[in-house]
Design a protein around this ligand. Sequence first.
Ligand SMILES: Cc1cc2nc3c(=O)[nH]c(=O)nc-3n(C[C@H](O)[C@H](O)[C@H](O)COP(=O)(O)O)c2cc1C
Length: 344
Amino acid sequence: MSESLSDRAAAACLRAAVAAPSIHNTQPWRFRFDGGGFDVFGDPARRLEAIDPQHRGMYLSVGAAVCNLRLALAAEGWVSRLERGGPEGRAARVALAASREPDGSVRALAGAIARRRTNREPYDDAVIPDATLDALCRAGAAGGVRLVALDPVRRGAVLALTQAADAVQRADPRYQRELTAWTTGHADRRDGVPARVFGPRATTAALPLRDFGLDLPPKERGLARFERHPHLLVLHSRGDGRAEWLDAGRALQRVLLTAVVHGLAVQPMTQALEVPNLRRMLAAQDGRWFPQMILRVGYGRPVDTGPRRPLRDVLLPADGTSLPLRSTAFSRPPAATAGSRYRR
Ligand SMILES: Cc1cc2nc3c(=O)[nH]c(=O)nc-3n(C[C@H](O)[C@H](O)[C@H](O)COP(=O)(O)O)c2cc1C
């Protein structure tokens, strides 16, 4: 442990931060390191107008990155203090507070950051032990946030709402255009969802997973039998504003890393949360709790992760004098062109 965080350690912590999941792999975050801590910003230039006009998914993604950043700092021997909000539209500040030797659980979660990935493959029909589900729910429980494992009745309701949302989205040209923009482009693109991680299509419509290859001919996508009774988890928060989305994102990431530690695969499936009246129907089942994330969990074969942008693309100048509203480094993804399906 040292007196201050070296640039090399700061860069390692930022690499952990950007390994976080993000909606459509937009990586909608920017960071500024000033020696005493990190300012974390969302990146509105990377927001998804069709499915995330409120920026809820963006702040969940930023919250997941903040969780990774703090865990990586803790593994380096630094306790950090979190401040939500701040000037210039800052989402959060992670300030170095004290040094402390990391304990085993911090090491385990920090060690899981690089192994976590979204798994869109079929999972086994195996039952997840209650003790494991309890561990996930504990990881997702924090002030104002909770994670619920769905019983068969509620699972059926959530799947039905997801099916309805999926149909609404598929029929929406804005949704289609946005999805195409984040799933196509040149092969060395460092954001978006490449075809190699789309996963196969399910043989039945009973499991309405997001189809990232809507326009791909059937022969280019495998068909597979998915688990008959998917395990679904829903993350809720008490409020529904920017601070709560950030906290839900932090809790989400703790759940995802705990899943890695327990050998579980996870896939977010958030279509029902992106169609406002369907999200309201889901919320109505839970009184005063707002649904923030739906997760499918199970045991699956290892998969690859999506690409990440280099740190230079997400790092703001340390002098803090100005926040570039739209520098070239933070530009939108290249427009989709016919025949430019994005593979790596
Ligand atoms: C708010 C949010 C919503 C997401 N929704 C979905 C989804 O509906 N379907 C899906 O397969 N992945 C979903 N993802 C996962 C992202 O696509 C994934 O994190 C991203 O492509 C990066 O890949 P990785 O998680 O393997 O690093 C979501 C992630 C976040 C943070």
